[in-house]
Design a protein around this ligand. Structure first.
Ligand code: GZL
Length: 314
């Protein structure tokens, strides 16, 4: 009996110690505007669960003021670390200084922050947005032999994803004088706005018969634009080429169906690297790279089906 009691006490003690050491991390997420964002959130939550990390999750519905409120709440709750996926680049310095004063480490995920003091965050784990724009433009200029009139659906204005993709794409097509973006407007990274803005653009372009391609900063907007192209009596992927980014499962299916021509992938699995950084920081590491790059492949009709199988997608 005494042995059993001793064992139970020991187990309880280990249990308490483990709980006492369990991390609590606050995550200020942009929202749920796209399939990619949802995969990103689910991946971080699953990774926290797997590691026994208590995750406090906030969905800001794409509003920076909600994100800043969430970060302040995490500070008040004295979490062990804070993850921020910033909706736009500017406006972060004050709240990041509050986190620093509270001695709570911050990791930036995905989009970037524009701050004068780089010590305000440990590191940023993110894709290379300019490269994504370059890869999209490379495919299109090759496919069209450098002659194409393009309609552009921009992501959220002021977000580093939209800024970077636009720069990478524009720098690449600048080498081709007969490749031009004839209209460009934000559709906020959402499917509904993508359809709405594309309807307006196609009408303004006399129905779109002179349009060679649509360049969408993410798959959601591309999938919305496809509906508008169909309703204009044109065949997406053939009459008008569709070039996009994210390579979410729905986009791979659309590529297989011939509606989207290419999607540049960015991994949504940022949780593991983020929690590794937090653990390393707590173990005393100081010399982090300020940008840990996440990559991805380029999907076309040649490789989309195999990737879907590999993902075990339904
Ligand atoms: C890019 C990310 C973008 C995705 C969109 O890393 O910020 O935001 O491309 C999402 O799907 O809305």
């Amino acid at each position: 009996m005494r042995t059993l009691f001793k064992t139970l006490t020991l187990a309880a003690a280990i249990g308490i110690t483990a709980t006492a050491n369990a991390l609590t991390v606050g995550f200020a997420q942009v929202g749920s505007e796209s399939g990619w964002r949802t995969s990103f959130s689910e991946s971080v939550k699953a990774e926290a669960e797997k590691r026994g990390i208590t995750l406090k999750f906030s969905d800001a519905q794409q509003k920076q003021e909600n994100q800043i409120k969430a970060v302040r709440s995490f500070i008040a709750q004295r979490v062990d670390a804070i993850l921020i996926a910033p909706v736009v680049e500017t406006g972060w310095q004050p709240v990041l200084m509050e986190a620093k004063r509270a001695r709570i480490p911050v990791v930036i995920l995905d989009r970037n922050v524009s701050v004068t003091d780089q010590s305000l965050y440990i590191t940023r784990i993110a894709p290379d947005f300019e490269l994504e724009g370059q890869r999209a433009a490379n495919w299109l200029t090759e496919k069209t032999a450098g002659k194409c009139a393009i309609l552009e659906l921009q992501g959220t204005v002021g977000s580093s994803a939209a800024i970077g993709r636009m720069k990478g794409f524009n720098d690449t097509i600048a080498k081709f004088p007969e490749t031009k973006i004839v209209r460009s407007q934000t559709a906020e990274f959402t499917r509904s706005k993508g359809k709405e803005v594309m309807e307006t653009m196609l009408k303004a372009e006399g129905g779109g018969k002179n349009i060679c391609a649509i360049w969408a900063h993410n798959d959601e907007m591309a999938l919305g634009a496809i509906q508008a192209v169909r309703e204009a009596g044109l065949q997406p992927g053939k009459d008008i080429l569709i070039v996009s980014v994210d390579a979410v499962d729905d986009a791979l299916k659309s590529i297989i169906a011939g509606d989207i021509n290419v999607s540049v992938e960015l991994s949504p699995h940022l949780g593991g690297p983020a929690f590794d950084v937090i653990n390393e920081f707590r173990a005393g590491k100081k010399d982090f790279e300020k940008w840990i790059r996440m990559g991805g492949a380029v999907y076309t009709q040649e490789n989309a089906a195999a990737e879907l199988v590999k993902r075990g997608a339904k």
